[in-house]
Design a protein around this ligand. Sequence first.
Ligand code: NDP
Length: 241
Amino acid sequence: MTEPTSGAQGVALVTGANRGIGAAIAQRLISDGFLVVGATRSGQAPDCTHSVQVDVASPDSISAAIAEVEAKHGPVSVLVANAGITRDALLMRMSESDIDDVLSTNLGGSIRLARAGLRGMLKARGGRIIFISSVVAMMGSAGQVNYAASKAGLIGAARSLAREVGSRGITVNVVAPGFVDTDMTADLDPSRKDEILGAVPLGRYATPAEVAGVVSFLASADGGYVTGAVIPVDGGLGMGH
Ligand code: NDP
């Protein structure tokens, strides 16, 4: 576990911080000097200095989580909407709940999280909002109509919000990972994995820490003039899109 620091950089909230990419982002922001609140379904975030319970598919749960964090720690200066799910199937076989669950978690959850965190950022006249999208938002992916739509929606949402709040010193950006070695990709069948790796110029998956490094840049002073950007962390898989 990363050694907690004072939180001198401000408060950062990361959803889905209990595992995978979210846990790596939380650890990186802690070492960057943020007080990091891991927002998780269980209310536990082992690698974070603080945690809060949230179900990002529930608007009430998001509002309650942000209110709790602000009351305990003050306004959130960095918001990372990372929590996400897949429910893969060919569209002809995709159920209503496969569509609704993925859109309400990945897209609705991120938009509502941003809305809930904005009030504090507007008052503070500054903040960083970072959505975790995916390379498939731009490339498409057979069997992932719901997921790719949710991740593409984040780009339109981020760019619209970047225009709304830029004059208040708030940046809104999208990080678009390619294939990252986490639980989400662990179940892919070996032949599909080989096919993907064959298409990645760097010839390997990303580590969660490599995605976290880009989030760290966007949250840092060096990232202060970057807004409305979609930053790929995909080993070159999506280049040209
Ligand atoms: P994991 O499946 O390892 O982790 C997903 C995280 O999201 C878990 O912490 C999970 O919580 C949380 N989560 C899911 N639904 C909810 C919910 N309703 N409320 C709160 N938390 C929720 O995924 P990754 O770490 O791989 O992915 C993180 C993000 O990166 C996702 O948005 C994903 O789409 C994106 N991404 C991942 C890629 C990859 O190759 N792995 C590639 C491109 C993008 P719990 O533990 O409770 O289930």
